[in-house]
Write a protein that binds this ligand. Structure first.
Ligand SMILES: C[S@@+](CC[C@H](N)C(=O)[O-])C[C@H]1O[C@@H](n2cnc3c(N)ncnc32)[C@H](O)[C@@H]1O
Length: 261
């Protein structure tokens, strides 16, 4: 049964990600997150295309993973996150490896009040938007701060497989047979417990809504769909990192490439 969070508002999100931030930073620094480093991260970077010389805003930047990917490719990057502790980590990493990234603590629902209209060529968001309590307000704000013709390139966990009920069915030997999913059409926040590969256990909340609701939110904010991607690891990727095999069977991530008309 899905766990429902007792609260899902800016204060509760800030608190839970502040608590998670040290474990999240240590877990990323370990390099063991093959999903991020060998799969969905490179796929999202690829979808962004050429970014040298562009003004990029990374929304829900965490400790700066995707902001750094953009800055290393020559973009002028600003990263914002609601969690002060996440931004402390991002600034610590920036001090150790300067890439010219500006970080600030900000609720993404307040983008339009913070940045001038049309201030950015590209907005990115790496697996963060579902964690934001007011997704329609965030998307409208991103529209405002993008220049006309600018893009939002965002990744989310795939709503068709990241359902309230989800489990791999296995045979007696433990081999995965198929992914059991249920309650896809339920709309609402889910509380996720991060247990595996992290220095300590933490919980965060995120939206599960059906795909059609994502499109209602995206089109309702005024974006035009330029491309939709369901990344799949390559055979070589799975050979190098066998834990990626699950994601070569069913879609784990969904990426939107959206244009502000
Ligand atoms: C799953 S983490 C991803 C972080 C980073 N993009 C990465 O790839 O490592 C989600 C992030 O979204 C941030 N977040 C959640 N709600 C937010 C909001 N309303 N405004 C800004 N950031 C938010 C959290 O603090 C957290 O750092």
């Amino acid at each position: 049964m899905p766990e429902r969070p007792s609260r899902f508002d800016p204060a509760s999100v800030r608190e839970s990600w502040d608590f998670a931030a040290d474990a999240y930073a240590d877990g990323q620094a370990s390099g063991n997150d093959h999903y991020r480093y060998a799969f969905f991260g490179p796929a999202q970077v690829h979808l962004c295309g050429e970014v040298a010389g562009t003004r990029v805003l990374d929304v829900g930047c965490g400790n700066g993973y995707f902001a750094r990917e953009m800055a290393r490719r020559g973009a002028k990057v600003t990263g914002i996150d609601i969690s002060p502790r996440m931004i402390e980590h991002a600034r610590r990493i920036e001090a150790a490896e300067p890439l010219g990234i500006d970080y600030e603590v900000l609720d993404a629902a307040g983008l339009a009040a913070r940045f001038p209209a049309g201030a950015f060529d590209l907005v990115t968001s790496c697996v963060s938007i579902p964690d934001m309590p007011d997704v329609p307000a965030v998307l409208r704000g991103i529209q405002t701060v993008l220049r006309p013709g600018g893009r939002l390139v965002a990744s989310i966990t795939h709503p068709c497989t990241d359902t309230p009920v989800r489990a791999w069915e296995t045979d007696e030997a433990g081999a995965k047979l198929s992914l059991k999913i249920d309650r896809y059409f339920e709309r609402g926040p889910i509380e996720f417990t991060w247990k595996r590969n992290w220095p300590y256990v933490f919980k965060t909340a995120y939206w599960h809504v059906p795909l059609e609701t994502w499109f209602d939110w995206i089109l309702g904010a005024g974006f035009v769909l330029h491309a939709l991607r369901e990344p799949c690891p390559t055979e070589e990727g799975v050979a190098a990192h066998p834990d990626l095999a699950d994601a070569a069977r069913v879609p784990y991530f969904l990426m939107f490439d959206l244009i502000r008309p």
